[in-house]
Design a protein around this ligand. Structure first.
Ligand code: HEC
Ligand code: HEC
Ligand code: HEC
Ligand code: HEC
Ligand code: HEC
Ligand code: HEC
Ligand code: HEC
Ligand code: HEC
Ligand code: HEC
Ligand code: HEC
Length: 331
């Protein structure tokens, strides 16, 4: 905040001279500019510069749409309690001031969402007086747009570039998005809000009203069913096998193959191996004699199951297996 010193003196003259009365009309931005010139200059470049609050029959433009009628405050030349300050408001009261206008759209879902429930406030993420564009180097100028008013932050008037903002509170996600297999967040091709609505009340703050799978399929349509041969866990949830934020294993798999698959399936062996006599386990036919005797070894398919089961997300083509069952996701 910056004040013109001369005006401060003039203001106290005003206070001393006349008995202050509460005027009915809002003071208007020009009056505020008299003492808060840098705030007003910055505000004029912000997204809210032209907002008008229509309540009942009255219309309030500019500063007072959020700070309330400031005529008394202006006349008194400042003073605690003469204007709505956001400093001492609770998260809920703060949000209320914003939701007066932002009642539609995403903000409507604010109530009951994870951030609202946790007492996170609009101002933990948004900086209202921030400029939309970078206007030169402004360091050292009090009250002006700060240097973090860069392009990524400018969208949505965020107080920091988005990913940095979110990771500030969600440390556990930081390590994940650094893994080698990940969504291109670090590359700047995606942000957290590609998948999350910070205001939403959806499951885990995810941008979908239905199932999380719908979110994934909105970008990965090639795995969208229905398939003739469906794989149950894929229909259930993509998150059964994938971590959306990143993983050590390729393809953002929570575990490497074959261990991923072996959580639910038994290992199986080469059915057509010649010379086997010790019994081997066929996934479809149970124990089968192995003609090779005790010295014969059974070859387990213990590498990448998807070398053969290439269509693990589901397939429309019947697999060509020895049993002829057709459901092995092999093509
Ligand atoms: C869209 C709502 C909104 C409008 C409109 C608005 N403000 Fe603010 N103002 C805020 C919020 C929120 C804060 C608290 C800042 C924070 O915590 O980031 C604030 C803080 C301030 C402060 C305290 C110092 C500071 O920067 O933290 C001053 C002074 C101020 N506003 C003046 C003004 C003036 C003058 C105008 C009109 C030119 C104006 N405001 C318009 C929401 C608004
Ligand atoms: C005559 C000078 C003067 C005018 C005109 C003026 N203010 Fe202020 N304002 C001050 C001073 C001085 C302070 C800081 C001292 C204080 O907290 O009382 C201040 C503080 C504020 C604060 C921060 C309060 C807090 O406790 O954080 C806001 C918000 C604010 N003014 C908004 C406005 C708005 C909006 C207008 C126009 C309607 C306006 N001011 C007009 C002098 C003025
Ligand atoms: C008087 C009505 C009004 C109030 C009160 C209000 N807003 Fe807004 N806000 C608007 C309008 C209208 C826009 C759209 C402006 C535009 O797109 O140019 C907007 C835009 C925004 C944006 C998008 C900015 C951008 O850079 O794209 C954010 C974020 C926002 N408001 C947050 C808030 C927060 C937080 C508060 C409470 C401190 C608040 N608003 C209070 C009317 C209001
Ligand atoms: C946890 C951080 C966070 C909180 C808390 C938060 N927002 Fe946002 N908001 C964002 C992000 C991130 C975006 C940008 C989304 C994008 O780029 O798609 C945004 C965008 C917006 C926008 C502009 C786009 C839109 O969806 O209309 C408005 C308006 C807005 N927020 C208002 C609010 C209000 C009002 C509150 C408090 C009730 C609030 N926000 C609380 C993170 C937050
Ligand atoms: C000021 C700290 C803060 C910031 C900034 C913040 N969050 Fe949060 N967030 C929380 C808290 C606290 C919770 C509720 C407790 C929890 O689940 O961790 C939460 C919950 C969530 C949840 C739901 C978690 C669950 O288990 O249901 C998601 C998703 C989320 N935040 C995403 C984001 C995104 C995306 C951003 C950036 C736009 C963001 N957060 C910014 C503090 C923050
Ligand atoms: C590709 C989509 C996607 C992106 C991008 C994404 N998330 Fe998530 N996030 C999800 C899904 C889906 C869940 C729910 C996971 C579950 O239910 O197992 C989730 C859950 C969360 C949770 C809840 C706790 C947890 O670990 O499950 C937090 C917090 C969170 N995300 C924060 C973030 C942050 C911060 C970013 C940006 C760095 C981000 N997310 C980017 C899809 C995404
Ligand atoms: C907004 C679009 C979008 C959404 C939503 C989305 N993804 Fe992605 N996904 C991408 C992009 C972009 C890539 C990177 C592709 C590339 O680099 O060619 C990717 C890559 C992947 C990869 C391959 C990673 C690798 O290591 O090659 C997997 C697995 C994946 N996503 C799973 C998911 C899952 C599961 C969800 C739902 C939680 C999801 N995605 C939601 C856009 C999205
Ligand atoms: C049963 C475990 C499993 C489930 C559940 C699963 N996947 Fe996969 N996914 C894999 C495996 C294994 C790979 C790597 C081998 C391959 O591509 O076949 C993979 C690779 C991917 C890839 C990167 C390669 C490509 O095809 O583009 C994407 C994207 C992907 N999965 C999206 C999804 C989506 C979306 C869902 C939910 C509809 C989902 N997955 C559910 C196991 C699974
Ligand atoms: C979370 C448990 C789970 C995981 C992990 C899993 N599957 Fe499955 N899979 C199933 C279920 C359940 C079925 C359906 C079984 C049925 O219909 O009798 C199935 C069916 C199959 C089938 C068709 C066989 C049949 O009898 O329908 C093949 C082949 C298969 N899975 C391969 C894989 C591969 C390869 C992986 C690892 C990439 C994998 N599965 C991971 C649970 C899982
Ligand atoms: C060398 C190729 C190959 C590898 C590697 C492989 N499989 Fe198979 N698997 C097959 C074939 C071929 C069938 C079909 C057998 C039939 O239908 O007669 C099959 C059948 C199955 C079935 C039962 C399908 C049915 O028809 O009942 C499951 C479940 C299965 N495999 C899981 C796995 C898992 C888990 C792995 C990794 C540990 C794996 N497979 C590795 C080739 C392979």
């Amino acid at each position: 905040m910056a004040f013109i010193h001369g005006f401060m003196i003039a203001a106290s003259v005003v206070v001393g001279a006349a008995a202050p009365q509460q005027p009915a009309a809002p003071a208007g931005k020009e009056v505020c500019a008299g003492c808060h010139d840098t705030v007003v200059a910055q505000f004029d470049r912000s997204a809210h510069a032209a907002v008008v609050l229509k309540e009942g029959g009255t219309q309030v433009a500019g500063c007072e749409a959020c700070h309330g009628n400031g005529a008394k405050h202006a006349e008194a030349g400042g003073g605690a309690g003469t204007i709505r300050s956001f400093k001492n408001l609770s998260s809920a009261d703060e949000a209320q001031a914003c939701l007066t206008c932002h009642r539609t759209g995403h903000a409507m879902e604010w109530a009951g969402g994870p951030h609202q429930m946790a007492g996170v406030s609009c101002l933990d993420c948004h900086t209202i007086h921030q400029s939309r564009t970078v206007i030169g180097k402004l360091t050292g100028v009090e009250g002006m747009a700060v240097s973090h008013a860069t392009a990524p932050a400018a969208r949505g008037s965020l107080s920091k570039p988005q990913v940095e903002l979110c990771l500030g509170c969600h440390q556990q996600i930081r390590t994940k998005i650094m893994q080698q297999s990940r969504h291109p967040i670090r590359e700047g091709r995606m942000t957290c809000s590609s998948c999350h609505d910070s205001h939403g009340a959806g499951i885990k703050g995810v941008k979908t009203t239905q199932r999380i799978n719908d979110l994934c399929l909105s970008c990965h349509a090639q795995h969208q069913g229905p398939f003739v041969f469906e794989h149950a866990p894929v229909e259930e949830s993509c998150m059964t096998c994938h971590d959306p934020h990143g993983a050590m294993a390729n393809n953002m798999l929570k575990q490497n193959e074959p261990f991923l698959c072996l959580q639910c399936h038994e290992m199986h062996f080469h059915a057509a191996r010649a010379g086997q006599t010790t019994p081997y386990l066929s996934p479809s036919a149970g124990l089968i004699a192995n003609k090779g005797g005790a010295t014969g070894f059974m070859q387990g398919y213990n590498t990448r199951c998807t070398n053969c089961h290439v269509k693990v997300h589901g397939s429309d083509l019947p697999s060509q297996g020895v049993t002829g069952k057709g459901k092995a996701f092999s093509r």
